[in-house]
Design a protein around this ligand. Sequence first.
Ligand code: MN
Length: 340
Amino acid sequence: MPAVTADTLTLPRVSQPADATVRPVAKVVTAHRQLEGEGFQVRRPFPGTDLAAADPFLLLDHLGAVEYGPGEAKGAPWHPHRGFETVTYMLDGAFEHRDSTGGGGLITEGATQWMTAGAGVLHSELPPQDFVTRGGLFHGVQLWVNLPRSLKWTPARYQDIRAGETVLLSSADGGALLRLIAGELDGHQGPGVTRTPISYVHATVSPGARLTVPWPAEFNALVYVLAGRGTVGAEQRPLEEGQLAVLGPGEALSLTGSALQDHNGSRNGWEVLLLGGLPIREPVARYGPFVMNTRAEILQAVEDFQSGRLGASAPEELAHRTTADEPVDRGTNSERREER
Ligand code: MN
């Protein structure tokens, strides 16, 4: 990691906001670990934060970084989704996806797959067979973005964003590299077309460097650490790998990479995701892979899935209907730690 590098001196620079209020830290959440799919471990900082503070985001799963031996790599076989979008960003290794509309593709180092489940889709997310056979470093992130009531029934679609399509930017002094995956940052537009207005940025902050970026006041703001350590917010709260900071109100984000980065995967600096979006502020009813507004809509989604109305391809593999049987809020009985 990181999958994308560049000489920051040649890149467009984000403006250094002069009089903007730097957002303070409202809360720090340490991700809990749990098993997903065929039994791969994820670190999940939501729930753990108040979901209203995360709105429009529903879930963030940090996959790895893990060094798989031959035959060890696992994924999530055929399962449904309805009512939201999944955004999968792969840093190392690969996921192969197949879906009930006949689509498919490889998400590999530095690439992002944006899947709008909308009215419903079945898909499988598995490491490719050659990767399973060989083993290797696997590292990725999956973010769930909610859809407002008016878009929950939109037809399913995919966007594949290759590593080379992300918009690369530099901080004002060249000390941080920013990969704008989706949405807008300081007037620059990322390649991901989002139904719900969000900004999704992967930043690599050099040891000792400070990154200050303008951030829309109406967006929420979350900072998640993929590797390394640093400080965040007006009060410079320490934040390290696997921790999420929920930021309070303001017009700018400020982060400083620690001078010493001794963690694996942080050779280039502090690796963080900057996430923000316009809150949807609607009731959320969720169960496993379905996120709707009401309990009746969830029951309908389960029934539609069981009767094959969410898609009927790949029938030979639909024996694996496991995910829909499990509630999503499995984190409540785990070793989740919350800090204030
Ligand atoms: Mn899925």
